[in-house]
Write a protein that binds this ligand. Structure first.
Ligand code: AMP
Ligand code: MN
Ligand code: MN
Ligand code: MN
Length: 283
């Protein structure tokens, strides 16, 4: 099945509206779709309405920012109830502090001779609570400081660079519990992107599972061939389910378009088998 269970709209750091994403997913042959904005579910109702109108089966989604062993990890939640009070409050708490962080990032860049980055980034923000590094990257590309967003991250926005501000996100246990207790399924997003030692990575999988996490994003726009093999093995070793998602943000920036991903390796059990009762379709 062509499931794409990871992408972003203007409600977080994507450039398309939820309706445009639904249409693009449908046009690209997606058969099960979730919008997973960072720390925010404000676009879910629009995504659902658009998907169902297009006869595109839909799951609720979000991508929660977590700090684990000093590193930012993303946990995707799928198929949860949108009105769950603990989840709604947990996401709001996770969003809090982004504005202050952004101002600090801007001060760091100013010391480096790049003035007004906060105001510049704000021009790209659809949801002020969700100002992210991506919006800074768009501003620095638009003003000619860098050629593309990859270069902005490499030179300015990753640890040790002038625009990087360490931030404390949700705990792993809370993120997994908010999703799970709202009836959803928690997934470790793009594990190949984190700079963990093998021991730390093992601890991440172990603790994730102990908290009730069930899925691993094996096929994602962030993974190469070696990652597919490695995370197929780890998913099987930990007895977890596998997910698939492009992490599409923008037609101009994203490496992988909606629905244009390799199949999940055949020996894996897909998360959508466990989520069948949570899928919404046109009645
Ligand atoms: P934040 O939540 O503000 O720390 O921003 C994280 C977002 O930045 C991620 O969700 C990606 O969309 C984007 N991002 C992180 N690293 C890179 C990179 N190397 N190149 C392009 N975008 C990146
Ligand atoms: Mn993002
Ligand atoms: Mn992510
Ligand atoms: Mn993402």
């Amino acid at each position: 099945m062509n499931a794409d269970l990871h992408c972003h709209s203007v409600v977080s750091d994507g450039t398309l509206e939820p309706e445009a994403l639904a249409a693009r997913a449908k046009a690209n042959g997606v058969e099960l779709w979730a919008l997973t904005d960072h720390d925010e579910i404000g676009g879910q109702q629009r995504a659902r309405d658009a998907a169902l109108a297009l006869d595109l089966p839909w799951l609720s989604g979000t991508e929660i920012s977590v700090t684990f062993a000093g590193i930012t990890v993303h946990i995707v939640g799928l198929g949860f109830d949108l009105d769950d009070a603990a989840l709604v409050a947990g996401l709001a708490a996770t969003r809090g502090g982004r504005r202050e962080r952004a101002i600090e990032m801007s001060e760091g860049l100013a010391k480096f001779g790049i003035k007004g980055a906060y105001e510049g980034a704000l021009k790209y923000v659809g949801n002020p609570e969700l100002i992210s590094r991506t919006h800074f990257a768009r501003h620095l590309v638009e003003t000619g400081v860098c050629a593309d967003t990859q270069e902005v991250f490499r030179r300015y926005l990753v640890e040790g660079k002038p625009g990087f501000v360490p931030h404390r996100w949700a705990t792993l246990g809370n993120a997994v519990r908010w999703i799970t207790q709202a009836g959803g399924l928690a997934v470790i997003a793009h594990p190949g992107r984190y700079k963990f030692s093998p021991t730390e990575e093992y601890a991440l999988f172990t603790e994730f599972k102990a908290h009730g996490g069930l899925g691993v994003e094996v096929v994602t726009g962030s993974h190469g061939a070696a990652d597919y093999l490695k995370y197929t093995d780890m998913t099987l070793e930990f007895g977890l389910l596998a997910s698939r998602g492009s992490d599409f943000h923008s037609p101009d920036e994203s490496r992988t378009d909606l629905g244009r991903l390799p199949e999940l390796p055949g020996q894996l059990t897909p998360v959508w088998q466990a989520l069948a009762h949570r899928v919404q379709r046109r009645s």
